[in-house]
Design a protein around this ligand. Structure first.
Ligand code: XUL
Ligand code: CO
Length: 482
């Protein structure tokens, strides 16, 4: 690359990194120059294990001080009649765990995993996939998640990209057969490449819309080929920066046509997985169309797509939209739209998507209350859309982070099961609404009573008595279970 071009490229990297998740950009765009499919002579053979120092992670119970052991997650232990692993269905996100570099808008990558050779080559992608399966096996999880472009390098043409993807998918399939692990979900990455700067499905350029459709078509096919249980749409650049240059109605109509196209393709190829939409309010665009669970459900209903999709709720996205994760999960649950959870958390002092591993047991208990009330998540699960901090650079940190996140949710599951089984909080809530179990309450809920009849009732009853909301008692009960 000429010096001037390199400068230009670095400039792009800097801004792209600000706009999206620093790690993905840094890895796939800044470290790797576009269209890299050759080794650049850097490829070295990899012998033996990728994590020789790490044993298979086992359950040792709450008193264990071993950082490489589970204290709360006991995969085969039954809680409320179901194995913990079946409630939780943990998945590792390939993009963070194997493509995360620790780069941020102000700093270069910090991770230098021993198996990486600094290229975005096909041979590197194949080696990385082997590392992925050793990681999944040692951690003892059954699922993984991927974007098309984080498992295989972009080529110079769509067909070259597809061929790269096919080569990596063939290896992944072999490793899946050996391990019994398969994708919780796959997705198409429609936000990294400059062609998608105005969006994919909502780009004003029909050529870009077509490219996005072709990319999703292929990503759905390989997800199907690998036995993926779901397919996710996170509209990374489906939104706007200013309404002054945007035809809002056209973009929403186009997004709906695109999603309908995906539904049609799913049926054509016989893919039975669930299609999931992942709401997020902002970042990278100022306003993302899938703002939150309620907005996304409204959009799907308006376009007649609600029966074809469910939601993938990500906790850090929930807080960015001004809600709690619990709120987003409950909205999705009561609308019958809860499909999957991207497990992570944000930072109370930081206003963006920090994608941290969840360590707050209270939060995990709230999350698991919804999951239990939902009867579980299958065919969805918990995908760790979470990354190591920039400063965590040891290979064992990758394991510790996942173990910690899994233990937090497992502890949440134990707490939530006990809390719901004991029923104290449920009774408190039922009591608050008990007047609605009266004859009039039932008539209201059935829509069988008019305002006039209600007015007559008030004339008879007089002024309502003030009843306590019992918030502090509810909080006391909840916290006694943590
Ligand atoms: C972005 C995000 C994505 C999606 C998949 O914030 O969460 O990683 O989960 O594209
Ligand atoms: Co996510």
């Amino acid at each position: 690359m000429k010096p001037a071009m390199r400068l230009h490229f670095l400039f792009f990297c800097f801004f792209a990194t600000i706009l999206v998740k620093g790690e993905l950009i840094a890895d796939q765009t800044c470290r790797a120059e576009p269209s890299l499919v050759s080794d650049g002579g850097l490829h070295k053979e990899w012998e033996g294990e990728f994590f020789p120092e790490i044993p298979n992670i086992k359950y040792e119970g709450p008193s264990s001080k071993n950082p490489l052991a589970y204290k709360w997650y006991n995969a085969d232990e039954e809680i409320l009649g179901r194995k913990m692993k079946d409630w939780l269905r943990f998945s590792v996100a390939f993009w963070h765990t194997f493509r995360g570099t620790g780069a941020d808008p102000f700093g270069a990558p910090t991770k230098s995993w021993p198996w990486e050779d600094g290229t975005n080559s096909l041979s590197m992608a194949l080696r990385r996939m082997k590392a992925n399966f050793e990681f999944l096996t040692k951690l003892g999880v059954d699922y993984w998640c991927f974007h098309d472009r984080d498992i295989a390098p972009d080529g110079k043409t769509l067909m070259e990209s597809n061929a790269n993807l096919d080569a990596v998918v063939a290896l992944a399939k072999k490793l899946q057969e050996q391990t019994g692990i398969h994708p919780l979900w796959g997705t198409a990455q429609l936000f990294m490449h400059p062609r998608y700067m105005h969006g994919g499905a909502t780009s004003p350029d029909v050529h870009v819309y077509a490219y996005a459709a072709a990319q999703v078509k292929k990503a759905m096919e390989v997800t199907h080929e690998l036995g993926g249980e779901n397919f996710v749409f996170w509209g990374g650049r489906e939104g706007y920066q200013t309404l002054l240059n945007t035809d809002l109605k056209k973009e929403l109509d186009h997004m709906a046509s695109f999603l309908q196209g995906a539904v049609n393709w799913k049926k054509t190829i016989g893919f039975n997985g669930t299609l999931l939409i992942e709401p997020k309010p902002q970042e990278p665009t100022k306003h993302q169309y899938d703002w939150d669970a309620a907005t996304t459900t409204g959009f799907l209903q308006r376009y007649g797509l609600a029966g074809e999709f469910k939601l993938n709720i990500e906790c850090n996205h929930a807080t960015l939209s001004g809600h709690s994760c619990h709120h987003e999960l409950e909205i999705a649950r009561i609308y019958g739209m809860l499909g999957n959870i991207d497990a992570n958390t944000g930072d109370a002092q930081t206003g963006w998507d920090t994608d941290q591993f969840l360590v707050d047991v209270g939060e995990a208990t709230l999350v698991m209350m919804t999951v239990i009330k939902n009867g579980g998540l299958a065919p969805g699960g918990f995908n760790f859309d979470a990354k190591l901090r920039r400063e965590s650079v040891d290979v064992e940190d990758l394991f510790i982070a996942h173990i910690s996140g899994m233990d937090t949710l497992a502890r949440g599951l134990r707490n939530a099961a006990k809390l719901l089984q004991d029923g104290e909080l449920t009774k408190l809530v039922e009591k608050r609404y008990e007047t609605f179990t009266s004859e009039i309450g039932t008539q209201i809920e059935k829509g069988e009573i008019s305002f006039e009849e209600l007015e007559n009732k008030v004339k008879e009853w007089g002024e309502p008595r003030l009843t306590s909301g019992k918030q502090e008692l509810a909080e006391m009960i909840f916290h006694s279970y943590l």
